[in-house]
Design a protein around this ligand. Sequence first.
Ligand code: UD1
Ligand code: CA
Length: 451
Amino acid sequence: MGDRVLAVVLAAGESKRMNSAKSKVLHTIGNLPMISHVMAALAETGADQVALVVGRDAEPVIAAASSGALKITPFEQKERLGTGHAVLAARDEIEKDYDQILIAYGDGPLIEAPPLLEALEKVRSGFDVAVIGFHTDKPTGYGRLLAKDGELVAIREEKDATDAERQVTLCNSGLMAINGRKAAALLSKIANNNAKGEYYLTDIVEIIRSEGGKAATVEAPADIVAGCNNRAELAQLEAIWQNKRRHELMLSGVTMIAPETVFLSYDTKIGQDSTIEPNVIFGPGVTIESDVVIHAFSHLEGTYVASGATVGPFARLRPGTNLGAKAKVGNFCEVKNAEIGEGAKVSHLSYIGDATIGARANIGAGTITCNYDGFNKFQTRIGADAFVGSNSSLVAPVSIGDGALTASGSVITEDVPAGAAAFGRARQSTKEGYGTEIMARNKAWKESKKQ
Ligand code: UD1
Ligand code: CA
């Protein structure tokens, strides 16, 4: 198909009902701005160019929309006079001889390519407009798609509808494809003589019909065309999106015991035969290879986990964590910007930050890398097969050689060569009988206070 397609994306809304300091389309689903989700779907339709209609927060909105592969030209809609007016803000681009114009909304992040492609195909086959509709048992607030003899004849906004028209449950998603050669002329004919005094894009259907043109309807599942007006709806869209991604991952070979408690990001990757226990959160930038177990209540972000590793329960893996094959990070451990070698173990209650740990090294319970002096960060290097005794404080910059050992309770401030043992603690002194004496004294003091 050599057709040239322009997508016009409306993102100029004030987002009043979000009660937010930033534009609605910058709020995220799966940790990715809604506008970026829309762009990803448009990229899949093969659109050649995007005209992005912006209002408030133009700069960050343009930046979020530009993160993908599509070429974007921003247009500013200076006043909010309705969806028809918003589309015409991009008139300069619309007039550039595209075959089809696709209209999408920046606040409909769940959109997928198939209905958009279907709408484009309808226009290609001779319809002047193809409107994407959906069925809902709660149509209040939506424009209704009015049909006669099986043909789309009008879109009626709720406020302008008769009682009979309000009974219609086939609603306007707002998404549509328009004949690119006629779009500019058709859009120019839209007026604002309606209940809201706005330029309604939806009037395009009646304009086309009045000129003897044809309008088509394409039906899409309500879930994927849902829009977001407030934070309650944002949470609903998030839930739909999370369910879909969990489902895809499970079908691809990932086990989730309680999938409804696992939260994914847009770029979360999990390999075959990995198990994700309940209440695990994946922030952005996480890749998990195969045969990994993430135990309950773990939080991962910016982390790579190689095959056969285990994490948690209650582990926090922060950006820059690179966990080697069959390595282990156990309960109540935090890891940041650290490479943990193949088969190495950080099993209990440790903080590992700005560090490299060699293969098979064992990091004892309660080990802390003291990586920060209040101003600067320093590296800790631990060699292969090293054994760090429990409750060691490793004051960076410091290195512990291959096969070296630190005694438990040590504060290690100097490098430990390969194969050495380092003791960084006070020597124990033991006094026979003195324990009994101290306890007797303490007991007597308590009794004396009672009188
Ligand atoms: C619109 C449709 C309605 C449809 C509904 C689906 C019209 C007249 N009505 O109604 O049939 O059922 O969407 O959600 O088109 N925008 C601008 N500039 C403007 C006005 C709107 O950029 O001047 C953007 C908004 O940011 C939003 C989108 O266009 O992303 C839709 O506008 P909105 O006011 O929410 O339209 P609805 O009344 O919901
Ligand atoms: Ca809306």
